[in-house]
Design a binder for this molecule. Structure first.
Ligand code: NAD
Length: 231
């Protein structure tokens, strides 16, 4: 089973690669951080060229499991965002995943088997002030997940999105600071009084690609230590 993971160099993506072990096809921007993998593709998924390069790599390597994990975040009042910032976030968080799915699906259809997992965010489920571009893109992933689950069900392909709450990674910690909060203040708002770990997200990925999860499709799974339930 060939498994492609985007954003494999650190954080959640790295934890997913570690838990899944063999047959990993890793993608990220930095060759230095990817060189420990046997198979990898260096690409910037905020550019058209990078997305197309990874699309070709997917076609060449007959990918059975696609994990769209790479993502980016901008904290900004809407009126201060320029066109380029909105476009960059939308390309990285929504257009790239959709295009990569388009490139992975023909082989999965031929095999009548495949698993697609997107890493969304609870910001795509609940509102997050000053993160409108990020929230829009992550909501878009949920819409795509439901549509594609219907479209691809006859071919034995499942499509799901995992929506993490706050995760203890570089992105999680930076976005807390950008929002003007301390980590302790943020933890106070989380029902379980903790950040989720990358390993917990990776564990859900492992379940979703397992045989017992073949009936789970079209779902947006909030893995958020209770945050989407309210305070
Ligand atoms: P991270 O910043 O630690 O890692 C992000 C990964 O994406 C890195 O491997 C990075 O190289 C890759 N990436 C970023 N920009 C890229 C680009 N232009 N081209 C190619 N790769 C790029 O963040 P993380 O917390 O591990 O985030 C992984 C996913 O989880 C993201 O989609 C993020 O939106 C989502 N998420 C994270 C949190 C959190 O609190 N950390 C919460 C909700 C959702």
């Amino acid at each position: 089973m060939n498994i492609l993971v985007t954003g494999a160099s650190r954080g959640i993506g790295k934890a997913i690669c570690e838990i899944l072990g063999d047959n990993i096809y890793a993608a990220a921007r930095s060759e230095d951080l990817l060189s420990s993998y046997e198979n990898y593709c260096v690409c910037d998924l905020s550019t058209f060229e990078g997305i197309e390069k990874l699309g070709n790599y997917i076609v060449e390597n007959q990918i059975d499991v696609l994990i769209n994990n790479a993502g980016g975040y901008i904290y900004s009042p809407i009126e201060e965002m320029n066109f380029a910032q909105i476009e960059t976030i939308t390309r990285l968080d929504l257009i790239a995943p959709l295009y990569l799915i388009a490139k992975a699906v023909p082989y999965m259809k031929e095999k009548k088997n495949g698993r697609i997992i997107n890493i969304g965010s609870i910001s795509g489920v609940m509102g997050e002030a000053y993160a409108s571009a990020y929230s829009s893109a992550k909501s878009g992933l949920i819409g795509a997940t439901k549509a594609l689950a219907l479209e691809l069900a006859p071919y034995g392909i499942t499509v799901n999105t995992i929506n993490p709450g706050w995760v203890d990674t570089e992105m999680g910690n930076t976005s807390v600071i950008e929002g003007g909060f301390s980590k302790e203040e943020m933890i106070e708002c989380i029902p379980q009084k903790r950040f989720v770990s990358s390993q917990e997200i990776a564990g859900m990925v492992k379940y979703l690609i397992s045989e017992p999860a073949r009936g789970v499709t079209g779902q947006a799974i909030n893995l958020c230590a209770g945050l989407t339930c309210g305070c």
